[in-house]
Design a protein around this ligand. Structure first.
Ligand SMILES: [Zn+2]
Length: 322
């Protein structure tokens, strides 16, 4: 069962019905909203014998047929998820050569599907090598790139991909997701802090150690303008250790945007359950400063996404300048 992303799922469902599916897609959007999940479900649907539309396939309980089961266990021969963890390693040219070789092999199944997760971690050589595979796709090859932003790819590759933009889930969709998974211990704060990301709300509701560290971010944002320099440095040190620098950037942008919205219109904000705190902060900070802070957050996020830079140093400068 997939929550949210109805527009994209309907689009793909329609393309399949028309026999008009492209050879390559880029599923683009912020992390932890379920892009890879849609890719996997699409792979299951295409490889198996499912007697309903792709849209209907995604709106019911997980299929337990043999092929779906094997894809879930990553043992199905013609669906491969190529994954690397952010900033830890890159997908190298060797992997691409191997993919090229595999995509040329015969198969009794309808497709040979390759899902490239966190595809911003491809090396430049790997991307160049991939171009040939994408340019002249074998009949059964089907490629899905999954990543936060497709703009890192050269135009030569991008022009051969169809980019589908994925957006965060609504609060109601997040609640449906939690209820469906029988997760009861959530509250308004958790829903707000999840920013429409099922992956994040799952961790916040079920992973106590993650929740503990995430709360450090929340506490920092609540007190940021009263936090002395040495405490700010400690904060960054902790975030870096537990690999939550990106989570801080994501929540920070939402936090300061809410401050700006409150200041300018007083209207609807994302983090409703923090309204009192935000209203107090709003009176203490100048509107131009809030705009500058948002720009700085976005600049740091962009730089980290597109360049191989020391994220810690950038975030540290950002936090010292708040
Ligand atoms: Zn199935």
């Amino acid at each position: 069962m997939i929550f949210g992303h109805k527009k994209n799922i309907l689009f793909l469902s329609q393309k399949i019905k028309e026999g008009n599916l492209a050879h390559s897609y880029f599923f683009e959007g912020i992390s932890q909203i379920g892009k890879k999940k849609v890719a996997i479900e699409l792979a299951k649907y295409l490889e198996g014998d499912h007697n309903l539309s792709f849209f209907d396939f995604t709106q019911k309980q997980e299929c337990l047929c043999k092929i779906c089961n094997q894809i879930d266990k990553s043992i199905f021969p013609d669906v491969e998820v190529v994954t690397v963890q952010e900033q830890k390693s890159e997908i190298g040219i060797k992997n691409i050569k191997e993919i090229e070789r595999k995509s040329s092999l015969a198969t009794p199944f309808p497709f040979k599907i390759f899902i490239f997760d966190e595809s911003q971690n491809f090396s430049h050589q790997a991307i160049s090598a991939l171009l040939k595979t994408i340019e002249e796709p074998r009949k059964k090859s089907f490629f899905i790139f999954v990543g936060q932003n497709s703009a890192f790819l050269p135009q030569t590759i991008l022009s051969r991909l169809q980019v589908l933009r994925f957006t965060p889930l609504s609060k109601n969709e997040i609640i449906d997701f939690l209820e469906y998974n029988n997760i009861k211990n959530y509250n308004k704060k958790i829903i707000d802090l999840s920013m429409g990301r099922p992956g994040l709300v799952f961790n916040l509701a079920l992973d106590n150690s993650f929740k503990k560290y995430y709360n450090i971010i929340v506490r920092f944002l609540i007190n940021f303008n009263k936090t002395p320099i040495y405490k700010r440095l400690e904060f960054i040190e902790t975030l870096n250790k537990v690999e939550l620098l990106n989570d801080f950037l994501d929540l920070g942008v939402i936090w300061f945007r809410d401050l700006l919205i409150l200041k300018e219109t007083g209207n609807y904000i994302n983090l409703k359950s923090f309204q009192d705190t935000l209203e107090t902060q709003m009176k203490e900070i100048d509107i131009e400063d809030i705009k500058k802070i948002i720009n700085n957050f976005e600049e740091v996020k962009r730089t980290i996404t597109f360049y191989n830079v020391n994220a810690r140093l950038l975030v540290e400068n950002l936090v010292l300048g708040l």
